[in-house]
Design a protein around this ligand. Structure first.
Ligand code: HEM
Length: 152
């Protein structure tokens, strides 16, 4: 009887998946670097989003490098990102309208830099993640309305 190979003996499927995504969309690491840098340059100039980031991010080079690993994992399935995107946003003073603004700038940047397929691939993922981050952020807020009606 043939023994099952251990997980560690099997070659990773990730490089082939990454190559397939690049073939289908044109997306690769250098393009993600360009998207991330151009996008956060816009975010920093934005009158609403800019100050939210500037008060929390001291080392922009580190943030941009982290965001490239995040997008590499999300869009190219490389597994490079090891962090918790969700906890980073809990407690931020943001509403869904701020996520919409974030998405507007992200869509614009992706469409400027990527092929139509590449932009769609990134935007679909950004929209999905923005929705789940917003749900978590809003649920984590203290329920002012309930407190108010309970004490009224
Ligand atoms: C209103 C919209 C958003 C605001 C204001 C915001 C703000 C921030 C801030 C201030 C940080 C740094 C946190 C820290 O280092 O203490 C951060 C980190 C991060 N954000 Fe956002 N963000 C927004 C939306 C998004 C969306 C939609 C995504 C994903 C599609 C995202 C992905 C990330 C990731 C991956 C990190 C790094 C987390 C880590 O430390 O590993 N953010 N964000």
């Amino acid at each position: 009887m043939q023994a099952h190979p251990k997980a560690t003996d099997r070659p990773s499927l990730r490089p082939e998946m990454t190559r397939a995504i690049t073939r289908a969309t044109g997306l690769d690491e250098p393009q993600l670097v360009a998207v991330v840098h151009s996008f956060y340059a816009k975010v920093r100039r934005d009158p609403i989003l800019g100050p939210i980031f500037e008060t929390r991010i001291a080392d922009w080079d580190a943030h941009l490098a982290r965001m490239v690993t995040f997008w590499s994992s999300v869009a190219l399935m490389t597994g490079h990102y090891h962090g918790s995107a969700l906890t980073a946003h809990l407690g931020l003073p943001v509403q869904w309208g701020d996520f919409e603004r974030w998405l507007d700038l992200f869509r614009e940047t992706a469409e400027e830099i990527c092929s139509p397929e590449g932009a769609r691939h990134l935007i679909e993922r950004a929209e999905r993640i923005a929705l789940s981050l917003n749900t978590a952020v809003q649920q984590a807020k203290p329920d002012d309305a309930a407190t108010f009606s309970a004490s009224a």
